[in-house]
Structures are given as C-alpha cells and as structure tokens.
Design a protein. Structure first.
Lengths: 522, 85
C-alpha cells in the first residue's frame, strides 16, 4: 500500500474543501454582518440544499464512527439507530412545518425565541438556551473523535513517529481553518461544504456497502464470527447484547433508545437552525420526507461493525488503533490507495462540517437568548460579530474536551447529550400545539428531569458498574423482567412530562376557579 | 335551492379535507409505529434471513424505503392542502 498516495489525495481534496468554505460567502450574497444572514443563510435555502444541510447533520461521525464502533463492541442494541432515523423524520414532518410558520410570523431566529414569547419568561428561555448549548458540546466532541480516528489510521500507517502528537496537531490545524471559514461564511459555508461532503460520502458508502460484503464473503459468515467474538478482548465486549437479534431483556432499551433519539434530534439547536433556514414549509416537508433514505447508508455502516469480523487485516488494525477505527480500518484494508484517500477525506469532513453547523447554532443561542436579555440595546452588527466569535470559542471548548478525556465510548457522548436535550421537549414542542403550559411547572420539570438523568447516569456507571468513565446510558430495571433495561433519557423525560403537565393543569384549575365556568367562554 | 347546493358543496369540501388529513396522519403514523414496535422484527430465525442478514437487520432497512415513500405522499397531500387554503 502506498500511503503517500492516500495522504496526497486526502490533502488535495481538503484544499478544495477549504476553498469552497471561503467561496461560500459569495453564494446568494447577503449582508453577513446580520445574524439572520450569517446564521440562517438568509432563510433562502431551497429543497435540495436543505436536504443536504439537514442530511449533513445525519451523516456525521455518529454514523461513520460511533455507531459502527458500538455495534462492533456491544452488538445488536446499537442498531437502534436505524429505527431512530425512520421515526425522527416522521416526528419532523409533524412538528417542523409548524415551528417554521411560527418562527417566520414572529421573526424568530432560534426555537428559544419562541419559548421566551410563549411562556413570557426570560429565565426559562435562558435555561433552555443554555441546555441546548451544553447538550451540543458532547455532540461536537463526538465529531472530533471521528476525525481523530481517520487521522490515527492514516498517519499511523504512514509513520511510527509519535502518531498521537501528529494527530493532535493536525486536528488543531483543521479546526483553525474551519473556524476561519465559519467566521467569514457562516451557515453558507457549512451548507456549500455539506454538498461536497455528502457527494463524497454517498459515493464512499455506496461503493463500500456493495464491495465490502462481497469481498468478505457475505453477512452470514460475519454474523457467526460476530457472535463468537473471535479477535476481540472479552472485557471490551461486555455487555454483549446479541448478534443475530436482540437479547429479550434489551428490547425495551432498544425501543427507548430509538424513540428518545428520534425526539431528541429535532430539539437540538443545529437541527432547528437547519429547518429555519429553508425557504418554505412545503420544501421542509418534501426534503424531510426523503431523509429516511439517508438511513439506508447508516444501516449498512452499522453492519460494517459486524462485517469487520471477517477481515483479519482490519481486525488487526482495530486492535492497534482502537474500536473507533472500525470503518476507516475496513476501508483501508479493502480498497485501493486513491479510494482510501477520498473516503478518509469524506469521513474527516463528515465530522468537520457538522461541528461547524453545531457551533453556529450554539452561537446563535448564546447571543440571542443568553446575552441579549442582559444587553437589550445590542445592534444587529454587534449580534453577528459576537456570534461569530462564540462559534470559534465553542469549537475550541469541544476540542479541549477531547484532549482532556480519553475516548472510551464515543456514542456515549451523544447519548448523554440526548438525556440533556430531551428535557427541553415540553418547552419547545408543546407550545406548538397548546398555550396551556405554565412556566413554573415546566421549569421545575426541566430541573427534575436533569437531576434524575444525571443521578441515574452516575448510579449506573459509577455505583452499579464501578467504572471510571461513562460506559452505559442504560439503567437496569431487570428486577421487573418485562421492563429489562431502559435508556435513562426516557425515565428522566417521563418525570419531566409528569411535572410539566400535571403542574400546568393544576395551576390552570386554580387560575380559572375564581371566574368559575364563565372563563371558558372566552 | 342554490343555498342548499352551496351548503352541501361546502360540507363535501370539509369532508374531503378531513379525509385527506386522516390519510396523511396514517401515512406518517404507520411507519413510526412499525419502527417503534421492535418485537415485530426481533427475530434471528434462519428461515427469514436475506443474503445472510437476519430479519432483525434487514426488516428496518426495507421500512426505511417504505417510510420515505409514505412520508413523501403525506408531504404531497399536506402541501396540497396548504396550497388550497
């Protein structure tokens, strides 16, 4: 294998990527010193670009690195990502056109603008904004793990000279470049580069899902090797959740993971940001309806976590570089140099572009919903300037995060983010349909959900398993056998919903009681 | 005479709108329920395997295609309703 070719192709394409990122500022030109222009691309995206932008949130390191890693190590349960994608776009079809209409009428830039108006509460809006910002950080960190995995394989195969150091330096360099073009081009930069990213990635996925199963002798053989787990250290495979199908105790865990992830997706600031940048509700419906097709690629990438058991070369690489490198290792082992270069670049910018989109949406929230209430006279130019700087800061916080904690369970990062972001569901989705929710119970529900979620996470990881890092997001309810295990986010959201709804109903009763039934007529 | 005609026309239109709404709702809900009720497809029996993949893995993939078609039809119905308003 000629590794110079791999790196040469990779770098050449990266140069084009960077050029596109800067050039994008001229695309459907607008005044980029305005936040709506910088952060929402002026709400001018049509159905195709919207499909790419929202789809770009889907084909990320989550798909390429985290899901295959988790399936590879822990088995069938992490295939939950497939039904998750199917459900998520159904949820979006129902909620997002409504959200867009309200935002358009009232000129909202973020979902939290709506929370602020509907509940008439600065405090609640600020809490929800901060929740979104915090939940987004581990998601960005996951993207960086993905980029790191590609660099580890690429640099590790080329040289044995301090691979970790070179990898980290390359990551920092890539982030500086990314920060620079996000700063100048805003969401336009992310959208245009998303088109390049998706073109490369779709090509890679289609070739990989056809060629790899054929080269490795099909799924049947791989599934039987997978169930016996040859070539993987037994401790890293604990707990194993099934090979051909799910173990019965984990069925509810699978269901709760997929449903909760589906509801979480469109609560994330970057997803809502993407939807709000589209130019009509009709285009939102059209582009969302076809997004489940993206999930087919995701499903086959998840299956690479099983197929790799048939490839001794790739298995050896994974034991050297770690389980996050399942897909890069397989690609490296099975394809010619030039294709490896293209595919690696695809996976690399597959982390970079979403990281940019996520940081933009965090910056929008930070400026509009956290800082502006304290500084109401801030003009549009200042808003945009601050947002640009915050998008830089958040990216580097996430990067620092990676250097501080060691990658053990990449998917765990995103699933912890899910526990956090789901607590904003009553504040963000319910006001689309009803005005009867009250700010106090919603706020209390939010807090209770977060506290319970964090407590259960602590209990499951550090008390019941006595591990030193987060290795699970499931809670053991197997004393009741028909329940088995559940995703912590589900239990936390249940408590949150109970408090929000019952509390609001009770307050509604007390409010209308002095007026009696007459209040109903208006 | 013309008045009753108008009334029946209007109620027919309302019935059409209701019918379209129900169809769109079903097109959205059926795939979501199928994905969510995992016991439907949690099977590794070899008789149901396809290209060596067990039912558990291939069934949701097939439903991704079906759901995209159903969601798209729902989108067309809902977009048409919105256009009529």
């Amino acid at each position: 294998m000629n590794d110079v070719v791999v790196i040469g192709v990779f770098l050449a394409l990266f140069v084009i990527f960077v050029f596109l990122g800067f050039w994008a500022s001229r695309f459907r030109r607008g005044d980029l010193s305005d936040l709506g222009e910088w952060g929402l691309a002026g709400r001018k995206l049509g159905a195709y670009l919207a499909w790419f932008l929202v789809g770009a949130d889907l084909y990320t390191a989550y798909t390429f690195i985290a899901i295959p890693e988790s399936v590879f190590l822990h088995g069938a349960i992490y295939y939950f990502a497939v039904p998750y994608v199917g459900i998520a776009f159904g949820v979006a079809m129902i909620t997002m056109p409504k959200m867009w209409k309200i935002a358009k009428d009232k000129n909202y830039v973020t979902a939290v603008d709506m929370v602020h108006d509907k509940f008439n509460s600065k405090t609640l809006a600020m809490l929800i904004a901060l929740t979104g910002i915090v939940a987004e950080l581990p998601y960005i960190a996951l993207q960086i793990y993905g980029m790191q995995a590609v660099l580890l394989v690429m640099i590790g195969q080329l040289t044995s000279y301090d691979v970790t150091l070179i990898t980290e330096l390359s990551l920092v360099l890539a982030f500086i470049i990314l920060a620079a073009f996000t700063f100048t081009s805003g969401l336009r930069g992310a959208t245009i580069t998303a088109v390049m990213k998706d073109a490369i990635i779709l090509g890679t996925v289609i070739v990989a899902i056809i060629a790899i199963p054929i080269a490795l002798g099909g799924f049947g053989k791989a599934i039987s090797l997978f169930s016996s787990g040859v070539g993987v250290s037994p401790t890293s495979r604990v707990p194993f959740t099934g090979s051909g199908s799910l173990a019965p105790l984990l069925v509810n865990a699978f269901v709760s993971l997929s449903i909760m992830s589906a509801f979480a997706l469109y609560l994330y600031p970057h997803a809502i940001n993407g939807v709000l940048s589209i130019d009509s509700t009709k285009k939102i419906r059209q582009s969302t309806a076809l997004l489940p097709l993206y999930g087919i690629g995701l499903a086959f990438l998840a299956l690479l976590g099983i197929l790799i058991y048939s490839s001794p070369v790739a298995m050896a690489m994974v034991s050297k570089y770690g389980a996050t490198t399942v897909v890069p290792s397989l690609i490296y082992a099975e394809f010619p140099d030039w294709f490896v270069g293209i595919a690696f670049l695809g996976i690399f910018i597959g982390g970079l572009v979403p990281a940019s989109i996520m940081a933009i949406s965090q910056a929008n929230l930070m400026v509009r919903n956290v800082l502006k209430p304290f500084w109401p006279n801030m003009d549009a130019k200042m808003e945009a300037r601050l947002a640009k700087w915050f998008s830089v800061i958040f990216k580097f916080i996430a990067l620092g995060f990676i250097f501080l904690i060691s990658p053990t369970f990449a998917l765990g990062l995103q699933l912890v983010g899910g526990i956090i972001i789901l607590q904003t569901l009553p504040s963000i989705f319910f006001p689309l349909y009803t005005d009867r929710l009250e700010k106090v119970p919603v706020g209390v529900g939010w807090a209770a959900g977060l506290v319970l979620g964090v407590y259960m996470l602590y209990e499951a990881n550090f008390v019941q398993h006595t591990s030193t890092s987060i290795t699970t997001v499931l809670f053991d309810f197997s004393t009741v056998s028909w329940v088995g295990f559940l995703y912590i986010a589900f239990v936390a959201l249940l408590l949150n919903l109970l408090i929000s709804i019952v509390g609001s109903l009770l307050m509604g009763l007390f409010k209308s009681s002095p007026k009696g039934t007459a209040a109903k007529s208006d | 005479m013309t008045e009753t005609k108008n009334v029946s026309k209007r109620s027919k239109k309302e019935a059409d709108v209701l019918r379209d709404k129900v169809i769109a709702a079903l097109l959205l809900l059926i795939p979501m329920v199928v994905f969510a009720v995992t016991p439907i497809y949690n099977s590794s029996s070899s008789g149901l395997s396809l290209f060596g993949l067990t039912f558990f893995y291939w069934f949701p993939i097939v439903w991704l295609v079906i759901s995209a078609i159903m969601y798209f039809v729902a989108a067309m119905i809902l977009n048409k309703m919105e256009g009529d308003q």
